[in-house]
Design a binder for this molecule. Sequence first.
Ligand SMILES: [Zn+2]
Length: 437
Amino acid sequence: MLSIRNILAFCILVFLLSSCKEKVKAVWISEIPEGDNAELTAELAELTNPCYKSENYIPDLEHLDHTSLKRIKCNFHVIRNSKGERNFSEKEGVKFIKDMVLSANGSYFRNDKMKLPVGNDTPVITGRFGMDIWPTDYIPNDDGIYFHDDDEFYYVINRGPEKNIFKRDVFEKYGIQKDSVVNIFIQDLHIDSLNSTSYKPSSNGVAFATWIKAGLWYYSANKTSYDKNGKAVQPLYYRPAKQLCHEMGHVFGLAHAWGRDNCEDTPTHSNCWSDKGFGPCKVASNNIMDYNANMSALTPCQVGRVHMTALTRSNKRNLLIKDWCKLNDFKSINIKKDFIWNSCKTLQGNLTIHDGARLVMRCETSLANGATITVHPGGELVLQGARLYNDCEGQWEGIKVLHKGKQKGKVTYLGNANIIEDCKHEINIPPANKIKS
Ligand SMILES: [Zn+2]
């Protein structure tokens, strides 16, 4: 039986044990002091204007969560003649388009090893971007795939007096959600082209700033090419997905890769369609931004450019699914070693910097509604040229520093270019002192 004395002794023991364990206290910071880490200042000075360098946007394969998945909103317009012919029927068109998007996304995610230059050791980086078919919220039963019967627009011609490939009129007439969705127009052959014996259909596509003309999908779906032995070599059925990957690459800042394209990992070459085993076409490229039979590879630089373009150019950023507003705990990022973030980011979850780790933030980073940055004792956050804000007309919560005994999380800034906005627990950044020598 428990005596009063035993109970008392037990309570004293519990009290003593709990007071030995230091309590962790959380404090919302309201001001950030200037940092004095000369070594870090010197290191960062070497990396000027980092937010517009595509190499800083290449996904880190060991920390893929530091690069948000970019989901590009697309809709599709199948244009037929006034009789509803010369392009897909509703049933086959919807299936074909969905298959094409799946296939194109597969290419971006899988990504193949580059064939050029021969013997290269260019890393293979998963794209971390893809397309989503995006309906409106105002058209009844909308699935984002539209059919128009129009004699003026059902065909695409890329040469000769009737050339219309670069005309914008189809977009002006039929575009839907023009500023926020990539409109993709699927046109096919003119009936007269079919009747001409000299006409050789080729894959026609063209990318404009925020929309695409994708030609000859219907033709491709119904044709297969054969080698001299009569063996089917490449069903043309596979071409539209490659064409779609290519044109979307243009929309998101990629140039043709056989020439100068601001990427050192895409060598200049003769743009051969396929391997010939000798001469300039000994080995053909397999890059998505060249014209070749494979079109299945993007280099790290190209992937980085897509991510940079998507976040830093507002007309492209508008084309992404805005999944950085609603706080998503599953997308929270835990920093457990030192990182320098030299790129813009759209964080979907909370950000936590753990003991022994330092995070330097240097570019525009949007935080979700109600998101918190937490800095653990022994952890460090440094802002240098950073803008922390909410891109959703809401507020993020603030920066919380944990204290444990005498140890606490550290938050400092360097330089004069830091901005903190839209933060519920407001944070002041007093002006920096004169530059220290
Ligand atoms: Zn092109």
